[in-house]
Design a protein around this ligand. Structure first.
Ligand code: ZN
Length: 411
């Protein structure tokens, strides 16, 4: 039944419907070039007029974890593996090439105090781009950043509209703060405003109990998720606590952000339903500082946050081992700076995820999950070139040699 429901969602259901079942280990996942020919219409002739500029990418082109080629070309902003004939204006770039990285949890148009102006939003997007993050899933923003879609020099953004939170149960100025009776209506509204995703705040500190607790009753959240699915949107939720997770998964949620509260009881449930997690470990690193700040007023909450932080690597590793789809997200735009995508990949490796799988979580796999092409024939040329092999040491992601966006060399 769930599989049937999933097939109705989104603009590229075949892409992410399959991705939601993608095995965790790249060796078992022949996802590279999953849809050959899908983007090939523009490239039917390999003869190029001598005046048309051609970009020639050489070295090791990492089309997939197991699919490595010697070269590709970029003509009219698109990838081709057919050597063009007759081209004279050829720029050669050499190195290790990945498709543009995905930051699957960041916020453009937002800082720690709330919405920011367009020039600040632009700087955020540029910082992500220069770090190689060319596809962002915006996990909630109070700013209208649609203008970014018209800019060829800025990353592509998949938006989740504005966060939906319970009244006074989230960071001030971020979310629509509402009560459960209005949840379905607000989810419908943000499903229409977004690009195929809706973002809920699933739990937050409850000042009455002095600890984290779930924000939404089961019935309302189930109706809201069903409504989002009916409108073709997937739903994700910010969750720190343990008890929040099972009801959301049972209500049909598609993804959970942070997911620090995963346990041996809930991990199999996520694995079985194919519910993805975006751990945002660079953000979880701030938990001890948050705990310190709230210690006096909310000691129970502070202790809880410290426990979640202490076992963060173990939690992520256990989820990965069980087959839960894991993706890279930084949570930039709240308390954190933009441009940390490479650091988050390194954190996943530190948690015990093999480097190739951590790359899968920000490159091939993440793109497929979001329904966007990688380095497929005819796909828009969004790619990043490195001076050494990221599979050997993911830390190279922190310093891309070249960034190519829509076929243009940006840096
Ligand atoms: Zn966030």
């Amino acid at each position: 039944m769930r599989e049937g429901a999933r097939k109705d969602l989104g603009t590229a259901p075949e892409a992410w419907g399959a991705a939601s079942r993608t095995p965790r280990a790249p060796a078992r996942a022949p996802y590279a070039h999953a849809r050959p020919g899908s983007y090939s219409a523009a490239m039917s002739d390999s003869a190029v007029s001598p005046a048309r500029p051609v970009l020639h990418i050489k070295g090791r082109v990492l089309v997939g974890a197991e699919d490595v080629r010697d070269e590709l070309w970029v003509i009219d902003g698109r990838v081709t593996y057919e050597r063009p004939r007759g081209a004279r204006d050829v720029t050669v770039i050499e190195g290790w090439t990945l498709p543009g990285l995905v930051d699957a949890h960041c916020h453009v148009g937002l800082d720690e105090h709330g919405p920011v102006d367009a020039s600040t939003s632009e700087k955020q997007a540029v910082t992500d781009r220069d770090a190689g993050a060319l596809l962002l899933r915006d996990a909630g923003s109070p700013s209208d950043t649609r203008w970014i879609d018209d800019r060829d020099d800025l990353p592509r953004i998949i938006r989740a509209g504005r966060h939906i939170a319970r009244t006074r149960r989230y960071i001030r100025n971020y979310a629509h703060e509402i009560e459960p009776d209005d949840l379905v209506a607000y989810v419908a509204r943000e499903a229409r405003n977004g690009d195929g995703w809706v973002k809920l705040v699933g739990d937050w500190i409850d000042r009455e109990t002095g600890d984290l607790s779930a924000c939404w009753p089961r019935g309302e959240v189930e109706a809201a998720i069903a409504e989002a699915h009916r409108l073709g949107a997937r739903v994700t939720a910010h969750c720190f606590a343990e008890e929040t997770l099972a009801p959301l998964v049972e209500a049909g949620i598609d993804c959970v952000e942070h997911a620090t509260g995963l346990t041996e009881e809930t991990i199999p449930l996520f694995a079985e339903r194919g519910v993805a997690i975006v751990p945002t470990l660079v953000n979880i690193a701030l938990f001890p500082k948050l705990a310190e700040g709230g210690e006096r007023k909310f000691p129970r909450w502070a202790a809880h946050m410290r426990r979640l932080h202490e076992r963060r690597y173990e939690t992520v590793r256990a989820a990965y081992d069980a087959g839960v789809p894991v993706y890279v997200g930084t949570d930039a735009g709240g308390a954190l700076a933009h441009g940390l995508v490479g650091q988050e990949v390194a954190e996943l490796v530190k948690a015990g995820i093999p480097p190739a799988a951590a790359l899968h979580a920000t490159a091939w796999g993440a793109r497929q999950w979001l329904g966007r092409p990688g380095l497929d024939e005819g796909a828009p040329a969004d790619l990043v070139v490195y001076g050494s092999d990221p599979r050997a040491d993911v830390r190279v992601l922190g310093a891309p040699d070249r960034v190519v966006l829509r076929g243009k060399v940006i840096r």
